[in-house]
Design a protein around this ligand. Structure first.
Ligand code: NAD
Length: 496
């Protein structure tokens, strides 16, 4: 069994006598690694390394920075199968899904390769006679990223390629549940030519996170994870003067209108409900059946669920893998038990699955006749559980979606353009799908939810990412023409 190291100053940093936690292989439950939990002193070392690199890296030419990013892109591409295998082992998702995750992360690195276009400041010539004004987007300094277990490659890559390309140094605190991929990414950045110290990884839990949030050497904090922790991150880090974007949990609804193609909708609900065993912040966890289609929709979803194979993510025949940990499995099973106890109709009971190994397996579950007030509806389940809520009319369905405190993604299934347009205009969610169940924006758009799914103003990657990792400086410049010398004038400067 390996003991992982932090990555500080361009190399693994072994630190003696720390607390450790265990990383398990999700499909077998076997312990595969020990991961150290950083103390505030270790965080200090990582931040010092980042600060030491930030000045020089921030002054490096755009060409020098994009050269590193292009090389990194090639290296990640060449290592995509190795990265996907690490994800499969520690997270549990199936290999194709893990390859898709790496691909979506890679797209942000590709976006960052074009940073020169995005860092053009605005210029206004002749704001007054002989005077020009222009803005300089400059790096913020040292950025921290704190990431969840469910996308151990993609979510860190939502952040650091843009941060680094903008000229910042970065300290990543990945999930302690599947930390190995972040170390591989650190190695690839070093191989790509990133200066030592510009990218660091500290493993840990709340102690390490709080040390980052309050550290005077950290300028910005990007967080992705559950809503209660996102709120804590936002409140603590802003109170310590940091720029913060904290993305939280989700409860994504898909509204299926009576005119929708029910086969298309059922395919989408099964794909988005059970892909990655429901452990996606963009998973569909609630299907709202409108009008009289509910019986037919439930039957079609059920039919498709019967064809799903649950197994080790490394087996090519598996459609759905295990949950990330025994603790998470207990939580999800507990919510399914509560759903039954609170009167929802469990149409497909994944608890009866004969587990294909000693890992953290739960079969796909389908609830019908779910209502707000039941914990299976109110809480984020983050497992292979799809809830069907029945509503008589479209306005009632839309009101249900908008009453949810979270607003990450929402989708509508319909062939009626007017109904789809009304949804896109009125729904209170940050990412909307029209006959698309998982509307994850491309790297050149920005990813983020509304309401309790995002604390802060700016979403991740795309133009928002560039704005988050830069701060503008506006220069007003005059080159003196001796013929135009005006002498002393104590009045306030205007352009007249
Ligand atoms: P989590 O909130 O438990 O952990 C996220 C990160 O915070 C981890 O690095 C963890 O070590 C750290 N952390 C945990 N407890 C902490 C504490 N008390 N104080 C400080 N830091 C703490 O989330 P998770 O279980 O790893 O991931 C699943 C959650 O992430 C789900 O809620 C999911 O919806 C959400 N998520 C959201 C998005 C999004 O874009 N909005 C994307 C992916 C995942």
């Amino acid at each position: 069994m390996t003991t992982l190291a932090h990555w500080i100053g361009g190399a693994p940093a072994d630190v003696a006598s720390e607390r450790h936690t265990e990383v398990t292989e999700s499909a077998t439950g076997a312990v595969v690694a020990r991961v150290p939990m950083a103390t505030p002193e270790v965080v200090d070392r990582a931040v010092a390394a980042a600060r030491g690199a930030a000045e020089e890296w921030g002054q490096a030419s755009i060409a020098a920075r994009t050269k590193v990013m292009f090389a990194f892109r090639e290296l990640v591409h060449a290592s995509r199968e190795e990265l996907a295998a690490l994800i499969v082992r520690e997270h549990g998702k199936v290999f194709d899904d893990a390859m898709g995750e790496v691909q979506r992360g890679l797209e942000v690195a590709e976006f960052a390769c074009g940073i020169g276009e995005l860092l053009k400041g605005g210029m206004s010539a002749q704001i007054s006679r002989g005077v020009d004004s222009y803005s300089l987007p400059q790096p913020v300094g040292v950025a921290a990223g704190i990431t969840p277990f469910n996308f151990p490659v993609m979510v860190p890559m939502w952040m650091f390629p843009v941060a680094l390309a903008c000229g910042n140094a970065f300290v990543l605190k990945p999930s302690e549940q599947d930390p190995s991929a972040s170390l591989k990414l650190a190695e690839l950045l070093a191989e790509a030519g990133l200066p030592d110290g510009a990218f660091n990884v500290v493993h840990g839990d709340r102690e390490a996170v709080d040390a980052l949030l309050t550290h005077e050497g950290i300028d910005s904090v990007s967080f992705v994870g559950s809503t209660p922790i996102a709120r804590h991150i936002y409140e603590t880090a802003t109170a310590h003067g940091k720029r913060v974007q904290a993305l939280g949990g989700a409860k994504n609804h898909a509204v299926v209108l009576p005119d929708a193609d029910l086969d298309v909708a059922a395919d989408a609900l099964v794909s988005a409900g059970y892909g990655s065993a429901g452990q996606r912040c963009m998973a569909v966890s609630v299907a709202v059946a409108v009008g009289d289609i509910a019986d037919a929709l439930v039957a079609k979803v059920r039919e498709r669920m019967a064809a799903l194979t649950v197994g080790d993510g490394a087996d090519a025949g598996s459609d759905m893998g295990p949950l990330v940990s025994a603790r998470h499995l207990d939580k999800v099973r507990g919510l399914v038990d509560a759903g039954v106890g609170q009167g929802a109709e469990l149409v497909v009971d994944g608890r009866t699955l004969d587990p294909p190994g000693d890992g953290h397996f739960l079969g796909p579950c389908l609830f019908d006749r779910v209502e707000p007030g039941m914990s299976i509806y109110d809480e984020e389940v983050f497992g292979p559980v799809l809830c069907v809520v029945r509503r008589a009319t479209y306005p009632e369905a839309l009101a249900l979606v908008n009453a949810d405190p979270r607003g990450n993604g929402a989708a509508v299934f319909t062939n009626d353009g007017g109904a789809a347009r009304l949804f896109e205009q009125r729904v209170t969610a940050g990412m909307v799908g029209i006959n698309v169940p998982i509307p994850v924006p491309m790297a050149y758009h920005s990813f983020g939810g509304w309401k309790a799914s995002l604390f802060g103003d700016l979403h991740v990657h795309g133009r928002h990412g560039v704005r988050f990792y830069t701060r503008d400086k506006v220069v007003t410049r005059r080159w003196i023409d001796p013929a135009e010398r005006r002498g002393v004038d104590l009045g306030f400067p205007t352009s007249d």
